[in-house]
Design a protein around this ligand. Structure first.
Ligand code: ATP
Ligand code: MG
Ligand code: MG
Length: 549
């Protein structure tokens, strides 16, 4: 792991290890709030935090930041565990929960009150805003700021006992209402919420705020390097204030740039809206940038880890081209996925000179560049299907497929020449009559040259399949930007899903495992759907990047 290139965070850790700052120990954590499914942005944080632990033979905790019970659920917790494991990482011991520390956090709050560093405030939300001031103007002290320690302790205890209604009182840290950093203007650290919690049930009706919880959870666990995204830079003084004031061990908060991808939305709130309003079919819809969606789309864990490594870790925000993510899976599947033939829009071909009732089996390799991938058997007979797009009666210039009187090679089979296109009353071609050249199995024909190679399946042996052609969910590069008259929902690509229900695939695909990836020759990379019982394939990515830049 140390052979991998470092970044500004590994430089900090290397230095800490030299000076012995954390006793040479590295303990990181990945701290999701269980209020949605993880997305590709979280993958960056996961790869970073677990990657640092691996690099330094340290450890990484999975900790659920569960201080907003209304928005959280056990379903989200389970999905997060599954996704982290699937990405290939192991957390230290059992998963941890901020709610495991509610008792300790309460005691820390009492300790702050006793030190004269926290007070109970009864300003309502609107007054609180008014007193807080603005970036340009300092705030004003709350009239409740100078309550006695005894009074604060008594009210805080009554808050815990349920004697106050939601929003009636809060506990605030006493820091500095004139601080240029608004986060330090007496931030709320506890609030009253009479709500059931998925882990602690009805034990608590006061819940600690994120900024108070996070630093102390880090300290309780003995985290050494608390890595988070840049928007928390302004919260670091508060992080440090809480730990210093309480005199705990002091993890170091380090901020890095979050992942932004073009053509993509990565905000749990917006992803949840896509799900709730049924713009997609659930959190694991293959068009979603969630880890579960990517998995169902056919992305491998390796490709996501490779992507995260390539984009690197920096301190300045930027937008990564989603083409880089697509490149990572294309690269993995090109190297590792078996090839197969699937005809997505079938049209029948009758080989007029092929003996009635005859069948052959061709042995073809599963991977052109990897012998170890082995071979498979592909049946051949008098009637075949090819893709309708591989025949043109009036071909455009440089046509490399089948046309009247033209010849093409069938992948792994014979060269055929088309004699006749049979049409229906509407004039659509419904069947092709062709001749095969029996001397061309693995041999070039004599005296003429086929125009190209096309894929096919034997009509008698082909298996019916359904194919979902997925494309980018948004057709705008920046669906998430601030537009005057539009929201991200206005940029949903109307062609993000095309369902083909009459595909014909080679029989070996009956054995495809759920989730297994393939290159369908000449069509793209596909995987068998993880959920559907029938033979359903999802397009993971096209063979080449077809999005114009
Ligand atoms: P969202 O903004 O999507 O709601 P969040 O930051 O609220 O995300 P958390 O569950 O709190 O979601 O995130 C857990 C960890 O993942 C945090 O440390 C957070 O900084 C990190 N993270 C979230 N989004 C990204 C991203 N786009 N790039 C890198 N790290 C991210
Ligand atoms: Mg968060
Ligand atoms: Mg959030």
């Amino acid at each position: 792991e140390t052979s991998k290139p470092g970044n500004f965070i590994t430089q900090i850790i290397d230095k800490d290890n030299e000076t012995g700052k954390h006793g040479g120990k590295v303990l990181t954590r990945f701290p999701p709030e269980p209020n949605g499914y993880l997305h590709i942005g979280h993958a960056k944080s996961i790869c970073l935090n677990f990657g640092l632990a691996q690099r330094y033979q340290g450890q990484c905790n999975l900790r659920f930041d569960d201080t907003n019970p209304e928005k959280e659920s056990v379903e989200y917790i389970e999905s997060i565990k599954r996704d982290v494991e699937w990405l290939g990482f192991e957390w230290k011991d059992e998963p941890k929960f901020a709610s495991d520390y509610f008792g300790q956090l309460y005691d820390f709050a009492v300790q702050l009150i006793k030190a004269g560093k926290a007070y109970v405030c009864e300003l309502n939300a609107e007054q609180m805003r008014e007193y807080r001031g603005t970036l340009k103007e300092p705030g004003k002290n709350s009239p409740f700021r100078d309550r006695s320690v005894e009074e604060n302790l008594a009210i805080f205890e009554d808050m815990k006992k349920g004697k106050y209604a939601d929003g009636e009182v809060v506990l605030r840290a006493k820091i500095d209402m004139a601080s240029p950093n608004i986060n330090l203007r007496d931030p709320i650290i506890y609030r009253v919420r009479h709500v059931h919690h998925h882990q602690t049930g009805d034990q608590w009706c006061v819940y600690p705020m994120y900024d108070f919880t996070h630093c102390l959870s880090d300290a309780i666990e003995g985290v050494t390097h608390s890595v988070c995204t840049l928007e928390f830079q302004d919260h670091r003084p508060l992080y440090d204030w809480v730990l210093a004031t309480l005199g705990t061990v002091h993890p170091q908060q380090i901020e890095f740039a979050r992942l932004n991808l073009n053509y993509t939305v990565t905000s749990k709130r917006k992803l949840k809206q896509l799900v709730d309003e049924q713009h997609v079919n659930g959190w694991d819809d293959p068009r979603m940038p969630t880890i579960s969606g990517l998995r169902r789309r056919g992305y491998t864990a390796l490709s996501i880890r490779n992507f995260c490594e390539r984009i690197g870790v920096t301190k300045s925000d930027s937008v990564v081209d989603v083409g880089m993510l697509e490149h990572a899976i294309r690269e993995d599947l090109d190297a590792n996925a078996n090839r197969a033939m699937a005809v997505l829009n079938p049209i029948k071909v009758v080989l007029t000179n092929y003996p009635e009732g005859k069948e052959e089996i061709f042995t073809v390799s599963n991977h052109p560049k990897n012998e170890a991938a082995g071979q498979r058997q592909v049946p051949f007979s008098k009637e075949l299907y090819i893709d309708a797009a591989d025949f043109a009666e009036v071909p455009p210039r440089k046509w490399k497929r089948l046309t009247l009187e033209g010849a093409v090679r069938l992948r792994g089979g014979y060269v055929i020449t088309c004699d006749e296109a049979i049409k229906n009353d509407a004039g659509d071609v419904i069947e092709l009559h062709c001749r095969y050249d029996e001397n061309t199995l693995g041999v070039n024909p004599e005296g003429y040259k086929p125009k190209g190679v096309i894929h096919w399946v034997s009509a008698k042996h082909a298996v019916d399949a359904s194919v979902n052609l997925y494309d980018r969910l948004f057709d705008n590069e920046a669906p998430d930007a601030n537009y005057e008259d539009k929201t991200f929902l206005d940029f949903i690509n109307p062609e993000s899903l095309t369902v083909l229900t009459s595909a014909k695939v080679e029989p070996s695909l009956l054995e495809a495992e759920k989730g297994q990836g393939f290159q369908f020759e000449r069509e793209g990379y596909f995987c068998r759907d993880l959920k559907e019982e029938g033979l359903v394939f999802n397009r993971t990515v096209t063979l080449r990047d077809s999005w114009a830049k």
